[in-house]
Design a protein around this ligand. Structure first.
Ligand SMILES: *Cc1c(COP(=O)(O)O)cnc(C)c1O
Length: 356
């Protein structure tokens, strides 16, 4: 005997992990059926490194990034608390996700972004879902500080990853990895920006062992971009610069969480260069997997660890691909050879296609 509302409610990360999240029957669940993303085996990266490399493709969430896992919880809890409006600072994906889930919930959404540094697709998402988007002269760190100040003094809910419900929702990705593999990987690699997500994964893996779903936790490796690597340097970076705009952050809010994850798991937080990020972006694309630049930091990091001899042959490695490549069509187009224009005639077309 199944209650259709409850069965329907078992979709999305709140539905599937209800017992393991801070929700109750009274929580109005706002979901776009996020989560349950593919864990793809990469033959090329496995060959290249001698490890068994799996890719958690978070770009396939409803708004195209992992942010949806945390946003379903943050917006549901905001609605439970009868909040009428949510705000966030964003390098792009948080605002895309907040705007979509706020629209779904019927609450207002305000977004603060650093001027000129948000990829076109992400901005389009925030606007099309009806968020009020405000650009400031200043970087993400400044935008976050202003949003925190604003939320402290006005009746609006902050949905950046300093909101603890974001961290809780995002831990479900670690649950899914353990479920899919039947165990935890030996190493877990991911990009680090504001450091909420690495904090979430580490929480998720630890809970998975407590629940008896896995009997070990992975070594956690986080990768910052060379020009935006405050944790690696040991101090905030005033003017963070990198092509990977989603991790262009100089003073991560969850700094301590990232350091604890790396330290307690015998992992590390390291830096990768923009050139290595771009190379990884292209090699993933040529394997059929389109990600945004920040996501490719995981793969640049894998190559770096492999070159240092830090990847055990035969070990199981999971790399998180945090966001979809369609978010940033400008970057993709800039890198590729331009279209060929030829006469409407088969011989010329074949020649242009390198087929004849
Ligand atoms: C937000 C984001 C990151 C960084 O995640 P943090 O939790 O801020 O460390 C990395 N990649 C993409 C695509 C993102 O949207």
């Amino acid at each position: 005997m199944s209650d259709p509302a409850r069965v329907a409610g078992r979709r999305g990360v709140i539905g599937r992990y209800f017992e393991h999240l801070p929700v109750s029957e009274l929580t109005p669940v706002v979901t776009l059926d996020e989560g349950d993303t593919p864990l793809l085996r990469s033959e090329r990266l496995s060959m290249e490194t001698g490890a068994e490399v799996w890719l958690k493709y978070e770009g396939l969430n409803p708004t195209g990034s992992f942010k949806d896992r945390g946003m379903t919880l943050a917006i549901s809890k905001a609605l439970e608390a009868e909040s009428q409006a949510v705000v966030c600072a964003s390098t792009g994906n948080t605002s895309a996700s907040a705007a979509a889930y706020a629209a779904r919930a019927g609450v207002r959404c305000g977004v603060l972004i650093p001027s000129g540094k948000v990829a076109l697709g992400k901005l389009a998402q925030a606007l099309v879902h009806g968020a009020r988007v405000v650009e400031i002269e200043g970087n993400f760190d400044r935008a976050l500080a202003l949003t925190q100040e604003l939320a402290a003094n006005h009746p609006v809910t902050l949905v950046n990853s300093v909101n603890p419900f974001r961290i809780q929702g995002q831990k479900t990705a670690a649950f899914e990895i353990v479920e899919a593999l039947g165990r935890a990987p030996n190493m877990h690699l991911m990009p680090v920006g504001n450091a909420g997500n690495i904090t979430s994964y580490w929480l998720g893996y630890r809970e998975a062992t407590q629940l008896g779903w896995a009997d070990s936790t992975p070594r956690m490796f986080g990768f910052q971009a060379e020009g935006a690597a405050p944790i690696v340097r040991g101090h905030p970076v005033d003017e963070p610069e990198t092509v990977a705009t989603a991790i262009r952050i100089g003073n991560p809010a969850s700094w301590d969480g990232a350091v604890a994850a790396a330290r307690d798991s015998a992992g590390a937080i390291e830096a990768v260069t923009d050139d290595d990020i771009i190379a990884a972006y292209h090699s993933l694309a040529r394997e059929g997997i389109f990600v945004e630049l920040a996501s490719a930091a995981s793969i640049a990091g894998l190559r770096k660890l492999h070159q240092e001899g830090a990847v055990e042959p035969g070990s199981m490695v999971v790399c998180v691909l945090t966001g979809h490549g369609l978010k940033d069509p400008d970057t993709a187009m800039r890198a590729e050879t331009p279209l060929a224009r030829v006469d409407a005639e088969v011989t010329a077309i074949l020649r242009a296609m390198d087929l004849g």
